[in-house]
Design a protein around this ligand. Structure first.
Ligand code: NAD
Length: 490
Protein backbone atom coordinates (compact mmCIF):
# COMPACT_ATOMS: atom_id res chain seq x y z
CA UNK A 1 0.00 0.00 0.00
CA UNK A 2 1.37 3.43 -0.85
CA UNK A 3 1.47 6.27 1.66
CA UNK A 4 -1.14 8.98 1.34
CA UNK A 5 -0.26 12.66 1.52
CA UNK A 6 -0.62 14.71 3.58
CA UNK A 7 0.27 12.15 6.19
CA UNK A 8 -1.57 12.04 9.48
CA UNK A 9 1.26 9.96 10.92
CA UNK A 10 3.83 12.51 9.79
CA UNK A 11 7.31 11.25 10.51
CA UNK A 12 8.91 14.60 11.26
CA UNK A 13 6.80 14.86 14.40
CA UNK A 14 7.66 11.54 16.02
CA UNK A 15 10.83 10.09 14.48
CA UNK A 16 13.29 9.19 17.30
CA UNK A 17 10.75 10.37 19.92
CA UNK A 18 8.21 9.13 22.40
CA UNK A 19 5.03 10.90 23.56
CA UNK A 20 5.80 12.22 27.03
CA UNK A 21 3.80 15.37 27.62
CA UNK A 22 4.39 16.04 23.89
CA UNK A 23 6.83 14.50 21.38
CA UNK A 24 10.22 14.25 23.08
CA UNK A 25 13.54 12.42 22.92
CA UNK A 26 13.67 9.66 25.50
CA UNK A 27 16.51 8.87 27.88
CA UNK A 28 16.28 5.22 26.77
CA UNK A 29 17.49 6.20 23.27
CA UNK A 30 15.93 5.07 19.99
CA UNK A 31 15.03 1.78 18.36
CA UNK A 32 14.17 0.64 14.85
CA UNK A 33 10.75 -0.62 13.86
CA UNK A 34 11.22 -3.27 11.21
CA UNK A 35 8.75 -4.65 8.66
CA UNK A 36 8.67 -8.37 9.53
CA UNK A 37 7.77 -9.21 5.92
CA UNK A 38 10.78 -7.54 4.29
CA UNK A 39 13.28 -6.81 7.04
CA UNK A 40 13.23 -3.14 5.95
CA UNK A 41 13.46 -0.48 8.64
CA UNK A 42 10.18 1.42 8.71
CA UNK A 43 11.13 4.10 11.21
CA UNK A 44 13.07 4.82 14.35
CA UNK A 45 11.17 5.72 17.50
CA UNK A 46 12.10 6.77 21.00
CA UNK A 47 12.68 3.85 23.37
CA UNK A 48 11.79 4.32 27.01
CA UNK A 49 14.13 3.62 29.87
CA UNK A 50 13.20 3.50 33.55
CA UNK A 51 13.89 7.24 33.84
CA UNK A 52 11.32 8.07 31.14
CA UNK A 53 8.73 5.84 32.78
CA UNK A 54 9.25 7.57 36.13
CA UNK A 55 8.88 11.01 34.55
CA UNK A 56 5.75 10.02 32.62
CA UNK A 57 4.17 8.49 35.73
CA UNK A 58 4.86 11.68 37.70
CA UNK A 59 3.36 13.88 34.98
CA UNK A 60 0.38 11.57 34.57
CA UNK A 61 -0.28 11.70 38.29
CA UNK A 62 -0.06 15.48 38.28
CA UNK A 63 -2.55 15.67 35.39
CA UNK A 64 -5.05 13.17 36.79
CA UNK A 65 -7.01 15.38 39.21
CA UNK A 66 -7.93 17.93 36.53
CA UNK A 67 -8.74 15.23 33.99
CA UNK A 68 -11.04 13.44 36.44
CA UNK A 69 -12.66 16.77 37.39
CA UNK A 70 -13.67 17.51 33.80
CA UNK A 71 -17.30 17.01 32.93
CA UNK A 72 -17.71 13.39 31.82
CA UNK A 73 -19.27 14.54 28.54
CA UNK A 74 -16.10 16.55 27.80
CA UNK A 75 -13.99 13.42 28.26
CA UNK A 76 -16.43 11.51 26.06
CA UNK A 77 -16.25 14.17 23.36
CA UNK A 78 -12.45 13.91 23.10
CA UNK A 79 -12.58 10.12 22.94
CA UNK A 80 -15.28 10.19 20.25
CA UNK A 81 -13.15 12.64 18.27
CA UNK A 82 -10.24 10.19 18.50
CA UNK A 83 -12.57 7.51 17.04
CA UNK A 84 -13.55 9.85 14.19
CA UNK A 85 -9.87 10.46 13.39
CA UNK A 86 -9.07 6.77 13.42
CA UNK A 87 -11.83 6.14 10.90
CA UNK A 88 -11.08 9.20 8.80
CA UNK A 89 -7.43 8.22 8.38
CA UNK A 90 -8.14 4.47 8.30
CA UNK A 91 -6.61 3.89 4.86
CA UNK A 92 -3.28 5.46 5.84
CA UNK A 93 -3.25 3.96 9.34
CA UNK A 94 -4.10 0.44 8.18
CA UNK A 95 -1.00 0.61 5.96
CA UNK A 96 1.16 1.12 9.04
CA UNK A 97 -0.57 -1.78 10.81
CA UNK A 98 0.12 -4.01 7.79
CA UNK A 99 3.76 -3.02 7.71
CA UNK A 100 4.81 -3.05 11.36
CA UNK A 101 2.81 -6.07 12.53
CA UNK A 102 2.81 -8.15 9.32
CA UNK A 103 -0.97 -8.02 8.94
CA UNK A 104 -2.94 -8.70 5.80
CA UNK A 105 -5.14 -5.78 4.81
CA UNK A 106 -8.41 -7.34 6.04
CA UNK A 107 -6.96 -7.85 9.54
CA UNK A 108 -5.53 -4.33 9.57
CA UNK A 109 -8.98 -2.96 8.66
CA UNK A 110 -10.55 -5.02 11.46
CA UNK A 111 -8.19 -3.23 13.84
CA UNK A 112 -9.29 0.19 12.56
CA UNK A 113 -12.97 -0.71 12.72
CA UNK A 114 -12.78 -2.36 16.15
CA UNK A 115 -10.44 0.32 17.45
CA UNK A 116 -13.09 2.95 16.70
CA UNK A 117 -15.78 0.79 18.30
CA UNK A 118 -13.69 0.40 21.47
CA UNK A 119 -13.20 4.17 21.61
CA UNK A 120 -16.91 4.92 21.18
CA UNK A 121 -17.88 2.31 23.75
CA UNK A 122 -15.38 3.84 26.20
CA UNK A 123 -16.79 7.32 25.56
CA UNK A 124 -20.23 6.01 26.51
CA UNK A 125 -18.87 4.80 29.87
CA UNK A 126 -17.97 8.33 30.89
CA UNK A 127 -21.65 9.25 31.13
CA UNK A 128 -22.93 6.08 32.85
CA UNK A 129 -24.30 6.30 36.40
CA UNK A 130 -21.30 5.64 38.64
CA UNK A 131 -22.75 5.04 42.08
CA UNK A 132 -25.59 3.83 44.22
CA UNK A 133 -27.44 4.80 47.38
CA UNK A 134 -26.98 2.35 50.25
CA UNK A 135 -29.43 1.28 52.94
CA UNK A 136 -28.17 2.73 56.23
CA UNK A 137 -27.84 1.15 59.70
CA UNK A 138 -28.89 4.46 61.28
CA UNK A 139 -30.07 7.89 60.20
CA UNK A 140 -26.95 8.63 58.16
CA UNK A 141 -27.33 9.08 54.42
CA UNK A 142 -25.01 6.70 52.62
CA UNK A 143 -23.90 6.16 49.09
CA UNK A 144 -21.07 4.56 47.21
CA UNK A 145 -19.47 5.91 44.07
CA UNK A 146 -16.94 4.66 41.60
CA UNK A 147 -13.71 6.65 41.44
CA UNK A 148 -10.79 6.32 39.03
CA UNK A 149 -7.69 4.54 40.34
CA UNK A 150 -5.32 7.37 39.32
CA UNK A 151 -2.59 6.49 36.82
CA UNK A 152 -3.11 3.29 34.82
CA UNK A 153 -0.08 1.64 33.19
CA UNK A 154 -0.97 -0.20 29.98
CA UNK A 155 1.33 -2.88 28.52
CA UNK A 156 0.28 -4.38 25.18
CA UNK A 157 1.51 -7.06 22.74
CA UNK A 158 2.46 -7.10 19.05
CA UNK A 159 -0.30 -9.16 17.51
CA UNK A 160 -3.32 -6.81 17.53
CA UNK A 161 -1.33 -3.78 18.64
CA UNK A 162 -3.91 -1.06 18.01
CA UNK A 163 -7.01 -2.75 19.37
CA UNK A 164 -5.36 -4.41 22.36
CA UNK A 165 -3.85 -1.08 23.43
CA UNK A 166 -7.03 0.93 22.87
CA UNK A 167 -9.25 -1.53 24.73
CA UNK A 168 -7.36 -0.61 27.93
CA UNK A 169 -6.39 3.02 27.25
CA UNK A 170 -9.83 4.23 26.16
CA UNK A 171 -11.94 3.03 29.13
CA UNK A 172 -9.19 4.03 31.57
CA UNK A 173 -9.26 7.60 30.18
CA UNK A 174 -13.04 7.74 29.89
CA UNK A 175 -13.42 6.92 33.57
CA UNK A 176 -11.04 9.66 34.73
CA UNK A 177 -7.68 7.90 34.94
CA UNK A 178 -4.56 9.13 33.20
CA UNK A 179 -2.44 6.60 31.32
CA UNK A 180 1.19 5.65 30.73
CA UNK A 181 1.19 3.24 27.81
CA UNK A 182 4.03 0.91 26.84
CA UNK A 183 3.43 -0.80 23.50
CA UNK A 184 5.59 -3.66 22.26
CA UNK A 185 8.59 -1.93 20.61
CA UNK A 186 8.25 -4.15 17.52
CA UNK A 187 4.85 -2.61 16.78
CA UNK A 188 5.56 0.81 18.24
CA UNK A 189 3.77 2.60 15.40
CA UNK A 190 0.46 0.75 15.26
CA UNK A 191 0.40 0.10 19.02
CA UNK A 192 1.73 3.51 20.07
CA UNK A 193 2.40 6.35 17.63
CA UNK A 194 -1.05 6.08 15.99
CA UNK A 195 -2.73 6.24 19.40
CA UNK A 196 -0.70 9.23 20.55
CA UNK A 197 -1.51 11.02 17.28
CA UNK A 198 -5.28 10.49 17.36
CA UNK A 199 -5.50 11.66 20.96
CA UNK A 200 -3.16 14.59 20.35
CA UNK A 201 -5.28 15.71 17.41
CA UNK A 202 -8.52 15.06 19.30
CA UNK A 203 -7.47 17.62 21.93
CA UNK A 204 -6.51 15.42 24.88
CA UNK A 205 -4.77 17.71 27.39
CA UNK A 206 -0.99 17.25 27.70
CA UNK A 207 0.07 14.83 30.42
CA UNK A 208 -3.12 12.73 30.33
CA UNK A 209 -1.68 10.07 28.03
CA UNK A 210 1.98 9.14 27.63
CA UNK A 211 3.14 6.65 25.00
CA UNK A 212 6.52 5.08 25.64
CA UNK A 213 7.65 2.25 23.37
CA UNK A 214 10.02 -0.02 25.25
CA UNK A 215 10.91 -3.54 26.25
CA UNK A 216 10.43 -5.64 29.36
CA UNK A 217 12.62 -3.33 31.43
CA UNK A 218 10.36 -0.34 30.78
CA UNK A 219 7.34 -2.55 31.51
CA UNK A 220 8.80 -3.60 34.83
CA UNK A 221 9.56 0.02 35.71
CA UNK A 222 5.88 0.78 35.14
CA UNK A 223 4.85 -2.10 37.43
CA UNK A 224 7.05 -0.92 40.28
CA UNK A 225 6.47 2.86 40.00
CA UNK A 226 4.81 4.34 43.07
CA UNK A 227 2.79 6.82 40.98
CA UNK A 228 1.07 4.06 38.98
CA UNK A 229 -2.03 2.65 40.67
CA UNK A 230 -3.01 -0.11 38.24
CA UNK A 231 -1.46 -2.16 35.45
CA UNK A 232 -3.51 -3.44 32.53
CA UNK A 233 -1.37 -6.11 30.84
CA UNK A 234 -2.05 -8.11 27.68
CA UNK A 235 0.58 -10.63 26.66
CA UNK A 236 2.04 -14.04 27.35
CA UNK A 237 1.35 -16.03 30.51
CA UNK A 238 5.08 -15.93 31.27
CA UNK A 239 5.21 -12.13 31.03
CA UNK A 240 1.93 -11.88 32.92
CA UNK A 241 3.25 -13.96 35.80
CA UNK A 242 6.21 -11.61 36.14
CA UNK A 243 3.98 -8.53 35.95
CA UNK A 244 1.56 -10.03 38.49
CA UNK A 245 4.43 -10.79 40.86
CA UNK A 246 5.78 -7.23 40.66
CA UNK A 247 2.35 -5.67 41.09
CA UNK A 248 1.67 -7.94 44.07
CA UNK A 249 4.89 -6.86 45.70
CA UNK A 250 3.87 -3.22 45.22
CA UNK A 251 0.21 -3.83 46.22
CA UNK A 252 -1.02 -2.63 42.85
CA UNK A 253 -4.24 -3.61 41.10
CA UNK A 254 -3.40 -5.71 38.03
CA UNK A 255 -5.45 -6.90 35.10
CA UNK A 256 -3.86 -9.82 33.23
CA UNK A 257 -5.11 -10.94 29.80
CA UNK A 258 -2.86 -13.81 28.74
CA UNK A 259 -2.43 -16.76 26.39
CA UNK A 260 -4.81 -19.48 25.26
CA UNK A 261 -5.07 -22.98 23.80
CA UNK A 262 -8.58 -22.75 22.55
CA UNK A 263 -10.69 -25.78 21.66
CA UNK A 264 -13.15 -25.86 18.78
CA UNK A 265 -15.32 -28.97 19.17
CA UNK A 266 -16.89 -30.29 15.96
CA UNK A 267 -19.63 -32.85 16.53
CA UNK A 268 -20.44 -35.70 14.14
CA UNK A 269 -23.59 -33.99 12.79
CA UNK A 270 -21.78 -30.80 11.74
CA UNK A 271 -21.74 -29.56 8.13
CA UNK A 272 -18.20 -30.47 7.09
CA UNK A 273 -17.54 -27.53 4.77
CA UNK A 274 -18.82 -24.97 7.24
CA UNK A 275 -16.89 -26.61 10.09
CA UNK A 276 -13.68 -26.69 8.01
CA UNK A 277 -14.12 -23.02 7.16
CA UNK A 278 -14.58 -22.15 10.84
CA UNK A 279 -11.49 -24.14 11.80
CA UNK A 280 -9.41 -22.51 9.04
CA UNK A 281 -10.40 -18.97 10.06
CA UNK A 282 -9.85 -19.74 13.75
CA UNK A 283 -6.45 -21.37 13.22
CA UNK A 284 -4.93 -19.29 10.40
CA UNK A 285 -6.15 -15.69 10.78
CA UNK A 286 -3.12 -13.46 11.35
CA UNK A 287 -0.89 -16.53 11.03
CA UNK A 288 -2.42 -17.98 14.20
CA UNK A 289 -0.84 -15.20 16.26
CA UNK A 290 -4.00 -14.53 18.25
CA UNK A 291 -4.67 -15.38 21.89
CA UNK A 292 -8.10 -16.78 20.90
CA UNK A 293 -6.78 -18.74 17.90
CA UNK A 294 -8.31 -22.18 17.53
CA UNK A 295 -5.56 -24.24 19.15
CA UNK A 296 -7.28 -27.65 19.04
CA UNK A 297 -9.76 -28.77 16.40
CA UNK A 298 -11.47 -31.51 18.41
CA UNK A 299 -13.46 -33.52 15.89
CA UNK A 300 -15.68 -36.55 16.31
CA UNK A 301 -13.83 -39.65 15.10
CA UNK A 302 -16.55 -40.41 12.51
CA UNK A 303 -15.66 -37.26 10.57
CA UNK A 304 -12.15 -36.38 11.83
CA UNK A 305 -10.23 -37.53 8.76
CA UNK A 306 -12.66 -35.96 6.27
CA UNK A 307 -12.61 -32.71 8.22
CA UNK A 308 -8.80 -32.72 8.37
CA UNK A 309 -8.60 -33.30 4.61
CA UNK A 310 -10.97 -30.43 3.83
CA UNK A 311 -9.01 -28.22 6.16
CA UNK A 312 -5.78 -29.25 4.43
CA UNK A 313 -7.29 -28.39 1.06
CA UNK A 314 -8.12 -24.93 2.36
CA UNK A 315 -4.65 -24.55 3.88
CA UNK A 316 -2.99 -25.35 0.55
CA UNK A 317 -4.96 -22.51 -1.02
CA UNK A 318 -3.88 -19.85 1.47
CA UNK A 319 -0.73 -18.20 0.13
CA UNK A 320 1.74 -16.71 2.62
CA UNK A 321 3.84 -13.68 1.69
CA UNK A 322 4.28 -9.93 1.97
CA UNK A 323 0.87 -8.36 2.83
CA UNK A 324 1.83 -5.26 0.82
CA UNK A 325 1.23 -7.27 -2.37
CA UNK A 326 -2.46 -7.59 -1.36
CA UNK A 327 -2.26 -11.11 -2.83
CA UNK A 328 -1.76 -13.18 0.31
CA UNK A 329 -3.94 -14.67 3.03
CA UNK A 330 -1.11 -15.07 5.54
CA UNK A 331 1.60 -12.53 6.31
CA UNK A 332 4.90 -13.07 8.13
CA UNK A 333 5.51 -14.48 11.59
CA UNK A 334 6.70 -11.69 13.89
CA UNK A 335 10.28 -12.98 14.41
CA UNK A 336 12.77 -15.62 13.28
CA UNK A 337 12.82 -17.07 16.79
CA UNK A 338 9.07 -17.59 16.65
CA UNK A 339 9.37 -19.31 13.24
CA UNK A 340 11.83 -21.78 14.77
CA UNK A 341 9.54 -22.33 17.76
CA UNK A 342 6.59 -23.16 15.44
CA UNK A 343 8.71 -25.51 13.32
CA UNK A 344 9.89 -27.38 16.41
CA UNK A 345 6.32 -27.93 17.61
CA UNK A 346 5.33 -29.34 14.19
CA UNK A 347 8.42 -31.60 14.10
CA UNK A 348 7.68 -32.87 17.61
CA UNK A 349 4.10 -33.77 16.60
CA UNK A 350 5.23 -35.60 13.45
CA UNK A 351 7.96 -37.46 15.37
CA UNK A 352 5.31 -38.62 17.86
CA UNK A 353 2.93 -39.92 15.19
CA UNK A 354 0.82 -36.97 13.98
CA UNK A 355 0.15 -36.76 10.22
CA UNK A 356 1.25 -33.61 8.40
CA UNK A 357 -1.52 -33.07 5.83
CA UNK A 358 -0.54 -29.60 4.65
CA UNK A 359 2.17 -26.98 5.18
CA UNK A 360 4.88 -27.48 7.76
CA UNK A 361 7.41 -25.52 5.72
CA UNK A 362 8.43 -21.91 5.71
CA UNK A 363 10.35 -19.50 3.54
CA UNK A 364 12.04 -17.14 5.91
CA UNK A 365 9.27 -15.74 8.07
CA UNK A 366 6.44 -16.95 5.83
CA UNK A 367 5.11 -20.10 7.44
CA UNK A 368 2.65 -22.13 5.40
CA UNK A 369 -0.83 -22.79 6.75
CA UNK A 370 -0.28 -26.18 8.36
CA UNK A 371 -2.63 -29.03 9.23
CA UNK A 372 -1.70 -31.82 11.61
CA UNK A 373 -4.08 -34.78 12.06
CA UNK A 374 -3.93 -37.35 14.83
CA UNK A 375 -2.66 -34.86 17.41
CA UNK A 376 -2.70 -36.29 20.93
CA UNK A 377 -1.89 -35.32 24.51
CA UNK A 378 1.85 -35.55 25.10
CA UNK A 379 2.62 -33.82 21.80
CA UNK A 380 3.67 -30.20 22.19
CA UNK A 381 1.09 -29.33 19.50
CA UNK A 382 -1.62 -30.54 21.89
CA UNK A 383 -0.19 -29.19 25.12
CA UNK A 384 1.17 -25.74 24.19
CA UNK A 385 -0.02 -22.45 22.73
CA UNK A 386 1.74 -22.39 19.32
CA UNK A 387 1.13 -18.80 18.12
CA UNK A 388 1.58 -19.89 14.52
CA UNK A 389 -0.64 -21.07 11.62
CA UNK A 390 -1.02 -24.68 12.73
CA UNK A 391 -4.41 -26.43 12.89
CA UNK A 392 -4.20 -29.43 15.24
CA UNK A 393 -6.95 -31.98 14.55
CA UNK A 394 -7.66 -34.25 17.53
CA UNK A 395 -10.31 -36.96 17.41
CA UNK A 396 -12.71 -38.04 20.14
CA UNK A 397 -15.43 -40.68 20.36
CA UNK A 398 -17.95 -39.27 22.87
CA UNK A 399 -19.06 -35.81 24.01
CA UNK A 400 -17.60 -36.60 27.45
CA UNK A 401 -14.23 -37.32 25.90
CA UNK A 402 -14.35 -34.05 23.93
CA UNK A 403 -14.94 -32.13 27.16
CA UNK A 404 -12.18 -34.03 28.93
CA UNK A 405 -9.67 -33.33 26.13
CA UNK A 406 -10.66 -29.65 25.90
CA UNK A 407 -10.39 -29.12 29.65
CA UNK A 408 -6.93 -30.68 30.00
CA UNK A 409 -5.37 -27.35 29.14
CA UNK A 410 -4.13 -25.08 31.89
CA UNK A 411 -5.45 -22.19 29.79
CA UNK A 412 -9.14 -21.27 29.64
CA UNK A 413 -9.67 -18.42 27.21
CA UNK A 414 -12.12 -19.23 24.39
CA UNK A 415 -14.00 -22.27 23.13
CA UNK A 416 -16.40 -23.11 20.33
CA UNK A 417 -18.78 -25.98 19.54
CA UNK A 418 -20.27 -26.73 16.12
CA UNK A 419 -23.25 -29.05 15.73
CA UNK A 420 -26.61 -29.24 13.94
CA UNK A 421 -28.13 -30.00 17.36
CA UNK A 422 -28.18 -26.71 19.26
CA UNK A 423 -29.18 -28.32 22.58
CA UNK A 424 -26.32 -30.82 22.39
CA UNK A 425 -23.84 -28.10 21.42
CA UNK A 426 -24.91 -25.90 24.33
CA UNK A 427 -24.90 -28.75 26.85
CA UNK A 428 -21.35 -29.66 25.81
CA UNK A 429 -20.18 -26.05 25.54
CA UNK A 430 -21.33 -25.15 29.02
CA UNK A 431 -18.96 -27.80 30.39
CA UNK A 432 -15.89 -26.15 28.82
CA UNK A 433 -13.57 -24.28 31.16
CA UNK A 434 -13.42 -21.03 29.18
CA UNK A 435 -14.06 -17.31 29.58
CA UNK A 436 -15.71 -17.07 26.14
CA UNK A 437 -18.00 -19.73 24.72
CA UNK A 438 -19.18 -19.56 21.10
CA UNK A 439 -21.87 -21.96 19.99
CA UNK A 440 -21.83 -22.76 16.28
CA UNK A 441 -18.83 -20.54 15.83
CA UNK A 442 -15.03 -20.64 15.98
CA UNK A 443 -12.95 -19.18 18.79
CA UNK A 444 -11.66 -15.85 17.41
CA UNK A 445 -14.29 -13.33 18.49
CA UNK A 446 -13.85 -9.90 20.02
CA UNK A 447 -15.42 -6.51 20.44
CA UNK A 448 -16.04 -3.80 23.00
CA UNK A 449 -19.44 -4.81 24.38
CA UNK A 450 -18.79 -8.22 25.97
CA UNK A 451 -16.64 -8.94 29.01
CA UNK A 452 -13.54 -10.63 27.56
CA UNK A 453 -11.00 -12.65 29.53
CA UNK A 454 -9.87 -16.08 30.52
CA UNK A 455 -9.71 -18.65 33.26
CA UNK A 456 -6.65 -20.50 34.59
CA UNK A 457 -3.37 -19.54 32.93
CA UNK A 458 -5.25 -17.20 30.55
CA UNK A 459 -5.51 -14.45 33.13
CA UNK A 460 -6.22 -13.53 36.71
CA UNK A 461 -10.00 -13.49 36.52
CA UNK A 462 -10.18 -9.94 35.22
CA UNK A 463 -12.30 -9.04 32.19
CA UNK A 464 -12.14 -6.31 29.55
CA UNK A 465 -15.04 -4.74 27.71
CA UNK A 466 -18.72 -4.14 28.26
CA UNK A 467 -19.83 -3.97 31.89
CA UNK A 468 -16.40 -5.14 33.09
CA UNK A 469 -14.70 -1.87 32.17
CA UNK A 470 -16.29 0.12 34.99
CA UNK A 471 -15.44 -2.66 37.46
CA UNK A 472 -11.83 -2.77 36.30
CA UNK A 473 -10.94 0.89 35.79
CA UNK A 474 -12.65 2.37 38.85
CA UNK A 475 -12.98 1.46 42.51
CA UNK A 476 -15.72 2.00 45.12
CA UNK A 477 -15.71 4.80 47.64
CA UNK A 478 -18.25 4.55 50.50
CA UNK A 479 -19.57 7.89 51.69
CA UNK A 480 -21.70 8.39 54.82
CA UNK A 481 -23.20 11.75 55.78
CA UNK A 482 -24.51 12.79 59.21
CA UNK A 483 -26.61 15.93 59.53
CA UNK A 484 -24.17 17.04 62.25
CA UNK A 485 -21.34 15.34 64.12
CA UNK A 486 -22.44 13.58 67.35
CA UNK A 487 -20.44 12.47 70.39
CA UNK A 488 -19.20 8.87 70.99
CA UNK A 489 -19.08 7.12 74.42
CA UNK A 490 -15.49 8.37 74.88
P1 NAD B 1 4.92 -10.89 25.85
O1 NAD B 1 4.42 -11.23 27.21
O2 NAD B 1 6.30 -11.30 25.49
O3 NAD B 1 4.86 -9.30 25.61
C1 NAD B 1 3.68 -8.54 25.79
C2 NAD B 1 4.05 -7.16 26.29
O4 NAD B 1 4.64 -7.28 27.59
C3 NAD B 1 5.09 -6.43 25.45
O5 NAD B 1 4.80 -5.05 25.45
C4 NAD B 1 6.39 -6.70 26.18
O6 NAD B 1 7.38 -5.73 25.93
C5 NAD B 1 5.92 -6.67 27.62
N1 NAD B 1 6.71 -7.45 28.58
C6 NAD B 1 7.35 -8.61 28.37
N2 NAD B 1 7.94 -9.02 29.51
C7 NAD B 1 7.63 -8.11 30.46
C8 NAD B 1 7.95 -7.97 31.85
N3 NAD B 1 8.72 -8.85 32.47
N4 NAD B 1 7.46 -6.91 32.51
C9 NAD B 1 6.68 -6.00 31.90
N5 NAD B 1 6.37 -6.06 30.58
C10 NAD B 1 6.84 -7.11 29.87
O7 NAD B 1 3.85 -11.44 24.83
P2 NAD B 1 4.04 -11.69 23.28
O8 NAD B 1 4.67 -13.02 23.09
O9 NAD B 1 4.66 -10.55 22.62
O10 NAD B 1 2.49 -11.73 22.86
C11 NAD B 1 1.85 -12.90 22.58
C12 NAD B 1 1.17 -13.45 23.83
O11 NAD B 1 0.14 -12.56 24.24
C13 NAD B 1 0.47 -14.78 23.53
O12 NAD B 1 0.68 -15.65 24.60
C14 NAD B 1 -0.98 -14.37 23.42
O13 NAD B 1 -1.88 -15.42 23.67
C15 NAD B 1 -1.08 -13.28 24.43
N6 NAD B 1 -2.24 -12.41 24.13
C16 NAD B 1 -3.29 -12.43 24.99
C17 NAD B 1 -4.43 -11.67 24.70
C18 NAD B 1 -5.65 -11.68 25.60
O14 NAD B 1 -6.48 -10.81 25.48
N7 NAD B 1 -5.80 -12.65 26.49
C19 NAD B 1 -4.46 -10.89 23.55
C20 NAD B 1 -3.34 -10.92 22.70
C21 NAD B 1 -2.23 -11.67 23.01
Amino acid sequence: MTMQTPEFIDRARWTDRGFLGGWRSLAGGTGEVVNPATGATLATVGMAGAQDVALAAREARAAQKDWAARLPQQRAEIINRAADLLEKHGAELSGWIMRDSGSVQAKAMIEIEHGALFLRHAASLATQPLGTFIIGMDERRQYARRLPHGVVGVISPFNFPLVLSLRSIAPALALGNTVVHKPDPRTAISGGIIIARIFEEAGLPPGVLHVLPGGAEAGEALCTDGNVAMISFTGSSRGGAKVGELCGRHLKKVQLELGGKNPLVILDDADLDVAASNAAWGAFLHQGQICMATGLVLTHEKIAMQLAERLAEKARNLPAGDPDTLQVALGPIISDGQVTAIREVVEDAVAKGAKLLAGGRHQGRFFEATVLAGVKPGMRAFDEEIFGPVACVVSFSTDDEAVELANRSEYGLAGGVISADLGRAMALGERLNVGQLHINDQTVQGGPYAPFGGRGKSGNGSRMGGPADIEEFTQWQWVSVKQAATAYPF
